[in-house]
Design a protein around this ligand. Structure first.
Ligand code: LCS
Length: 393
């Protein structure tokens, strides 16, 4: 029955189990461990001979509901919740990679993902080739005999470049590679990469999925065989598990994901069009604009353009920073997908793990600004941008 529901309904009801006392809301099982009736039962559970909980690092009923719901939303067989988006990225990668392996990744990624691939994994003998993913021939040309995996975000943090998921699936399948996509900017309500043939999807649940700026968490979605490894090998032994309380907060956040995303997208589209026409703005990077490279993918692989955009002023970095400091309603903070509109400077903040050369290659200029458009009145947001532009540039 549940699979016939639309995504907005699944986000509210998907994966929910009737509770013994009739509570409407999923209870928070804030317990580190679970009691066995006797020693034999404990042994059977650890041996996998009897279903049931043992210890929250190995599973928890509140977390399980989040995982069931996210699997339904992404069209996945299963999902694993993690302590952060970075725990989701690293757990997904560690499920497939070992020393001597090679992966191909987009050269434009969230800064810490870039650092994980380019620096941390190197320490364990895993090599990454960073490629401009808008050039599918370059992706294919980077395949080596020891290549195991392809990784990208689409749209990309911070400048919203969109990559061709069908082409990535095609390259992966022809070369026997695992494909992993970071779907944080879209959420499953706007894009479902697994249904296009991608093998694994990861999220920073810190962002839209939770939506209220009070949780750091992540999710990996994919096939049962892969998620079983994430949960019962990688998360069990490396330990990047989610707190049940955070899982509970995300379950609460997910109930309003559909209405929140509609408002985020509506507001962002209006702001992008306003900025694009403004004489003090040089360029706007938002896939909802016809001028953006990603526009042709709307309706094809993504439903709408989301709530994040980047732009450059017709001015130098100093003026861009002055503009940021002049905003009064936009809050200066990293992160995205919250009710509050946020503004940040990628070169010195989210993408500071890049070297200046790698940033230039990824198209992240020094005067690029990124905003996460929140749920406020769009008139108030535009008025704030207008007064800051008038003051500075
Ligand atoms: N993937 C993407 C696309 C992200 O934007 C982030 C964080 C992560 C993964 C990591 O998630 P976390 O561990 O923080 O939950 N992005 C951030 C950003 O743009 N500003 O602050 C964090």
């Amino acid at each position: 029955m549940q699979q016939q529901w639309n995504l907005a309904t699944l986000a509210i009801h998907g994966g929910h189990k009737k509770e013994e006392f009739g509570a409407l809301v999923t209870p928070l099982y804030q317990s580190a461990t679970f009691v066995f009736d006797n020693a034999e039962q404990g042994g059977r559970r650890f041996a996998g001979d009897e279903p049931g909980y043992m210890y929250t690092r190995l599973g928890n009923p509140t977390t399980d509901e989040l995982e069931r719901k996210m699997a339904m939303l992404e069209g996945a067989e299963a999902a694993a919740a993690c302590a952060s988006g970075m725990a989701a990225v690293s757990s997904a990668l560690m499920t497939h990679l070992e020393a001597g392996d090679h992966l191909i990744a987009s050269n434009a990624l969230y800064g810490c993902t870039f650092a994980l691939l380019g620096t941390q994994l190197k320490r364990f003998g895993i090599d990454t080739t960073f490629v401009d993913f808008s050039d599918t021939l370059a992706i294919e040309a980077a395949v080596q005999p020891n290549t195991k995996l392809i990784f990208c975000e689409t749209p990309v943090n911070p400048h919203l470049q969109v990559f061709d998921l069908a082409a990535i699936v095609d390259i992966s399948k022809r070369n026997g590679l695992i494909s992993i996509v970071d779907n944080t900017f879209m959420t499953p309500l706007l894009q479902q990469p697994l249904l296009m043939g991608i093998d694994m999807v990861i999220h920073s649940a810190t962002k839209y999925l939770n939506g209220h700026g009070d949780v750091i968490a992540g999710i990996v979605c994919g096939r049962e065989e892969h998620i079983t490894r994430v949960k019962f090998e990688i998360l069990k032994d490396f330990g990047g598990v989610i707190s049940p309380h955070d899982a509970w907060l995300i379950l609460r956040g997910l109930k309003t994901l559909d209405v929140r995303l509609t408002r985020h997208c509506d507001n962002a589209e209006l702001i992008a069009r306003y900025l694009e026409k403004h004489p003090k703005i040089k360029q706007v990077f938002y896939p909802g604009l016809e001028s953006h490279q990603g526009y042709s993918y709307i309706g094809k692989q993504m439903k709408r353009a989301g709530g994040v955009m980047a732009f450059e002023l017709n001015a130098d970095k100093q003026a861009a920073i002055k503009f940021v400091n002049s905003l009064t309603l936009f809050t200066i903070a990293v992160s995205l997908g919250d009710a509050e509109s946020l503004v940040q400077h990628p070169a010195s903040m989210t993408h500071s793990p890049y070297t200046p050369e790698a940033r230039a290659e990824a198209g992240i200029t020094d005067n690029l600004l990124r905003i996460s458009v929140g749920l406020e009145s769009v008139e108030d947001l535009i008025a704030d941008i207008e007064q800051a532009l008038n003051r500075n540039v």
